[in-house]
Design a binder for this molecule. Structure first.
Ligand SMILES: [Fe+2]
Ligand SMILES: [Fe+2]
Ligand SMILES: [Fe+2]
Length: 425
């Protein structure tokens, strides 16, 4: 009888764990110069290391079980490759009755599995790469692991903060007047006069505003009152959104940047709508967050990812390889840099010196529980609603973020559904 397999949250979580272990093991094996055959064997073992009987051909399963339980040869012979795979799986967590070759591969898999399991506890324990490595070295020193594998994992990061800073120095150059405009947009109550004054000072902002608010023509010596007129014709909120979007879009140049820009716009729209709904509910966030601040936060929340796209070719290629290997971006970034795109984003933002609240939002949009501000929670929920799958899903974090912004779940889901339909259409 034909059976269909249905994924459950548990099997999805296990598949994701196995993908992370596989990406990590691949990185280590590349540095060990292991043979293609050994690497392929480890990959197969990784794919099933927590439910490996599922791998074995059902016709052979009885024999394998018999072999494992009775420590005898199975009644029907396994193919040589299946025999080797079984050897590696049997050697997991076991120090006896395995060949040295199987143990060597199994020991690596064990180290990678534990590293990933500890990483997966990060929503609850706040572990970072350095702390994980220190723990693993301690365990290796106690004889639990091969020190050489732990040492290799500790040396995986090849990109440091100085390189991120250097990338951003070239990538994120912005006119001083435009930087001032950006900073003004990150304040809870920007003065209309100051806004008009800044737009008057910046030729490109002025041109963009007049293109939408004064389609009949423009005058480069335009006075403040005409800018005020254009702002009121478009609506201050809408005009500022368009100006912000026009200002930031050109930084997203590469093909993968344009995908990221689309995602950033989606998060910006979701986050600003969420803040509007909070106000409609009669709730107040402390410190206050305006829809415009949430919109700006959404546009720049992943600016660290943008910086990582623009690393020198070797780093950018490695980043793309880690992500295409199946690791979530945040995990791929930790293997690449020892830190994630939130940390890279803070480095990137130094170029523009925005208000601390915005820096904090970028820094904590994947761990909002560690911020005293509500904006990271808004961005975390918007990120989750956009299904960008950048980090390890955490029900605990979602729950905390929802509590923090005081928006009933039903309202959130209704808002997301509507926005996602609009954005998709
Ligand atoms: Fe595992
Ligand atoms: Fe994102
Ligand atoms: Fe992100």
């Amino acid at each position: 009888m034909e059976t269909t397999s249905v994924n459950t949250p548990e099997t999805d979580a296990m598949d994701a764990h196995c993908r992370r272990v596989g990406v990590l093991a691949d990185e280590v094996m590349a540095r060990l110069s292991w043979s293609d055959a050994d690497r392929s064997l480890v990959r197969k073992a990784v794919a099933v290391h927590h439910n490996w009987l599922g791998l074995i051909d059902p016709r052979l399963r009885g024999g394998v079980l018999h072999d494992l339980i009775l420590q005898e040869k199975p009644p029907t012979g396994l193919h040589a490759s299946e025999d080797k795979l079984r050897g590696v799986l049997e050697a997991l967590g076991s120090r006896v009755n395995s060949s040295p070759a199987a143990k060597r591969l199994a020991r690596l898999l064990e180290v990678c599995c534990l590293f990933v399991e500890r990483w997966e506890s990060s929503p609850y324990e706040g572990v970072d790469f350095q702390r994980l490595i220190a723990e693993m070295k301690q365990l290796a020193g106690d004889g639990a692991f091969e020190p050489v594998y732990v040492e290799l994992i500790s040396r995986l990061p090849s990109v440091n903060k100085a390189q991120i800073t250097a990338v951003c120095g070239n990538l994120l150059v912005m006119r001083p007047t435009a930087v001032n405009f950006l900073r003004l947009m990150a304040t809870p109550d920007p003065s209309l006069d100051r806004l008009a004054e800044l737009i008057c000072q910046d030729q490109e902002l002025r041109r963009d505003l007049l293109r939408i608010g004064n389609p009949s023509g423009l005058d480069y010596r335009i006075p403040v009152r005409m800018v005020l007129h254009a702002l009121s014709a478009v609506g201050v909120e809408q005009a500022c959104r368009l100006l912000l979007s026009n200002l930031l879009r050109p930084y997203f140049q590469f093909a993968e940047d344009r995908v990221l820009w689309k995602h950033s716009l989606q998060v910006a729209n979701l986050a600003s709508r969420m803040v509007e709904q909070i106000a409609e509910n009669g709730e107040r966030l402390t410190p206050p967050i305006t829809p415009l601040m949430a919109y700006l936060g959404g546009l720049i929340h992943d600016i660290g990812r943008l910086a990582l796209h623009h690393l020198p070719p070797e780093g950018a290629r490695r980043y793309a390889r880690l992500v295409s290997g199946g690791a979530e971006r945040q995990f791929a970034e930790v293997l690449l840099c020892g830190f994630d795109h939130c940390v890279a984003g803070v480095e990137a933002l130094r170029r523009w010196d925005p208000p601390e609240l915005l820096v904090d939002a970028v820094a904590h949009h994947h761990d909002p529980e560690n911020s005293p501000n509500p904006l990271p929670s808004v961005l975390y929920l918007a990120e989750h609603a956009s299904a960008s799958e950048e980090d390890i899903p955490s029900a605990a974090r979602l729950h905390l973020a929802e509590e923090r912004i005081k928006l009933p779940k039903a309202r959130l889901e209704e808002s997301w559904d509507r926005h996602l339909r609009i954005l998709a259409g």
